[in-house]
Ligand binder design. Structure first.
Ligand SMILES: [Fe+2]
Length: 216
């Protein structure tokens, strides 16, 4: 709840979740498409690296800056919070396993390793999808009336500051890719004006070029 008593707008997290669903959903196909093709494994490996970092940052932000507030204020069923933590741990185990294999695979394009990573992502998707849905349906409505605007802003800042400056416009492309016009406008309001202009001038083109090469 903001100082004025207005609920905090948490919808930007839904846009972030769309990136995770979409990009992790595609990863198995992308890993397989690079089998024994080292030029392609470099491209897919860099993308997978970026998305693993994005997911990891998203979860650590919630673990450190959001879930403790919700527990402290006892606004949600402790069992739900325990389930959220358990889902994070399960997803993080998969993230760590993928991170361990990714550098060598990026360099080698080894088909068996790529298949193993693809299978691991597929095995984790049901947990990730269920977790994101539960967070959106059960947590966010409570979050919007429980945390202050500055607490919510700290979470967004944590996520943004983890993204290298040179990659922020491309990530912005990912976040707004499936947004409706109204959602895009709403999200862009929290983006600083120079970044909005840079996205218009160069970022969108860079995002489109990159994703076209990645998705094949
Ligand atoms: Fe989330």
């Amino acid at each position: 709840m903001s100082a004025s008593g207005t609920p905090v707008d948490t919808h930007e997290m839904v846009l972030i979740h769309r990136v995770l669903r979409r990009e992790f959903g595609q990863l198995p196909r992308l890993f397989r498409s690079a089998a024994d093709d080292r030029a392609r494994s470099k491209v897919i490996g860099a993308h997978a690296r970026e998305m693993l970092d994005f997911l990891h940052t998203h979860h650590t932000g919630e673990d450190e800056l959001l879930f403790p507030l919700l527990r402290e204020r006892a606004v949600l069923d402790p069992q739900l919070m325990d389930r959220m933590d358990a889902q994070h741990m399960q997803v993080d185990d998969a993230v760590r396993a993928l991170e361990a294999e990714l550098p060598a695979w990026t360099a080698s394009a080894d088909a068996a390793v790529g298949e193993r990573m693809a299978t691991r992502v597929e095995a984790t998707m049901p947990t990730l999808i269920a977790h994101l849905a539960e967070e959106e349906q059960q947590l966010l409505p409570i979050v919007s009336v429980t945390v202050t605007q500055s607490e919510w802003d700290a979470l967004a800042k944590h996520g943004m500051s983890a993204i290298p400056l040179t990659r922020r416009l491309v990530i912005l492309g990912h976040i707004t890719e499936e947004a409706s016009d109204a959602e895009r406008q709403r999200f862009m309001q929290v983006v600083p004006a120079p970044a909005r202009l840079a996205y218009k001038l160069i970022g969108h083109r860079q995002f489109t070029r990159e994703t076209t090469a990645i998705r094949g």
